[in-house]
Design a binder for this molecule. Structure first.
Ligand code: HEM
Ligand SMILES: N[C@@H](CC(=O)c1ccccc1NC=O)C(=O)O
Length: 277
C-alpha cells in the first residue's frame, strides 16, 4: 500500500534542537539593528537602505579580493565568475537609489539633524572597494583615527595591490612589455596612467584571438568601473533631489563635492585605448 502522503508541515515539527533558519542567519542580530533616533516613519527606510548597501558591499569585497588572488596567480578564468557577480551586485546597489528617491526633502529634514556629523564619507567598506579598484587616497583614512584597529586595517588595505595592478601583472606574465614603474610601484598611491600599459591593452584588443582571456578580463573591469561611476552619479543626483545644495553632514560642500567624485575614472588605459582602436 502507498505510504500516506505527509504535508510539509508534518515532516518536521520538532525544531527545538536543530539549526533553524533564524539562528543560521543570525536574524536576531540583523533584525534588532534598526534603531531609529527619531520617531519619524521614514527613518526606517534610511537605515535599511544603508544596512542593505553595506551587506552588498561586504559581498563585493569578498568577491573582489578573491578575484585579485586568482588574477595574481594567473588563474584568469575563475576570476571572471566572481567579477560577473560583482557587476550584478552593483546593479542591486544602483537600484537602491530608486527606493531612496521616494524620500522627500521634507521627510528627510524631519530626522537629518539627528545624524550629527555622521556621513557615508565614513563608510569603510566603500573605501575598501575603492582601494581594491585602485583609487587610493591616504587622506580619507583620517576619519578612522579614533579607532586604532580599523585605522590599521585601512592602512594595510592601502598597501595592497588593486585589481588593476594584478591585471597589469597578468599582461606582463603574458609577455607583453610593461614599464618597471607600473609593475613595481608604491601600491599605496593611486595608479598613474602609463604608456606601456595602454600599448599592452591595445595589443590585447587588436589580437583578441591570441589574448581572449585578457580581453575578457579587461571588459569585466570596464563593466565594474562604469557601474561604480553610475552608482556615484545616482547617489549625487538622489542627494541633490533630497537636500539640494546644502552642505554635507560630513563637512563637505555636498553635491558639488559628489560631482567631482563622479568624474573619477577607474582603469584609465581601458578608456583611453578606445579612441585609438
Ligand atoms: C538621504 C540620503 C543621502 C544623502 C542626503 C547623502 C548625502 C551625502 C553627502 C552630502 C555626502 C558627502 C560627504 C558629506 O559631506 O557628508 C555623502 C557621501 C557619501 N555617501 Fe551619501 N547620502 C545619502 C545616502 C547614501 C546611501 C544610501 C549610501 C549608501 C551606502 C551613501 C553612501 C555615501 C558614501 C560612500 C559617501 C562617500 C563618498 C565619497 O567620499 O566618495 N549615501 N552622502
Ligand atoms: N551626508 C548626509 C547624511 C547621510 O546621508 C548619512 C548620515 C549617516 C549615515 C549615512 C549617511 N548616508 C550617506 O552619506 C547629509 O549631509 O545629509
Amino acid at each position: 500500500m502507498k505510504e500516506e502522503q505527509k504535508t510539509s508541515h508534518e515532516i518536521h515539527t520538532d525544531f527545538s534542537k536543530e539549526l533553524s533558519y533564524g539562528s543560521y542567519l543570525q536574524l536576531d542580530k540583523i533584525l534588532s539593528s534598526q534603531q531609529r533616533l527619531s520617531d519619524h516613519h521614514d527613518e526606517m527606510l534610511f537605515i535599511v537602505i544603508h544596512q542593505a548597501s553595506e551587506l552588498w558591499m561586504k559581498l563585493i569585497l569578498h568577491e573582489l579580493n578573491a578575484a585579485i588572488d586568482c588574477i595574481r596567480k594567473n588563474y584568469l578564468e575563475p576570476s571572471f565568475k566572481m567579477l560577473s557577480r560583482v557587476s550584478r551586485i552593483q546593479e542591486q546597489l544602483i537600484q537602491s537609489w530608486s527606493v531612496l528617491s521616494t524620500l522627500t526633502p521634507a521627510e528627510y529634514m524631519e530626522f537629518r539633524d539627528k545624524l550629527g556629523h555622521s556621513s557615508g564619507f565614513q563608510s569603510y567598506q566603500n573605501r575598501l572597494i575603492e582601494f581594491a579598484l585602485g583609487q587610493k587616497q591616504a587622506p580619507v583614512l583620517s576619519v578612522y583615527k579614533h579607532d586604532a584597529e580599523l585605522y590599521k586595517t585601512m592602512e594595510n588595505a592601502l598597501q595592497e595591490r588593486s585589481i588593476y595592478d594584478a591585471a597589469i601583472q597578468a599582461l606582463s606574465m603574458r609577455g607583453l612589455p610593461i614599464d618597471d614603474a607600473a609593475l613595481n610601484r608604491d601600491w599605496s598611491q593611486s595608479y598613474e596612467p602609463n604608456a606601456s600599459v595602454e600599448e599592452a591593452w591595445l595589443t590585447v584588443y587588436r589580437n583578441v584571438e591570441q589574448y581572449w582571456d585578457l580581453y575578457e578580463l579587461a571588459e569585466k573591469l570596464v563593466d565594474i568601473g562604469s557601474k561604480q561611476q553610475l552608482w556615484r552619479f545616482n547617489h549625487m543626483s538622489t542627494v541633490e533631489r533630497i537636500i539640494g545644495h546644502k552642505i554635507g553632514t560630513g563637512g563637505s560642500a555636498g553635491v558639488s563635492y559628489l560631482k567631482k567624485v563622479v568624474d573619477h575614472r577607474f582603469f584609465p588605459e581601458l578608456w583611453s585605448l578606445r579612441t585609438k582602436l
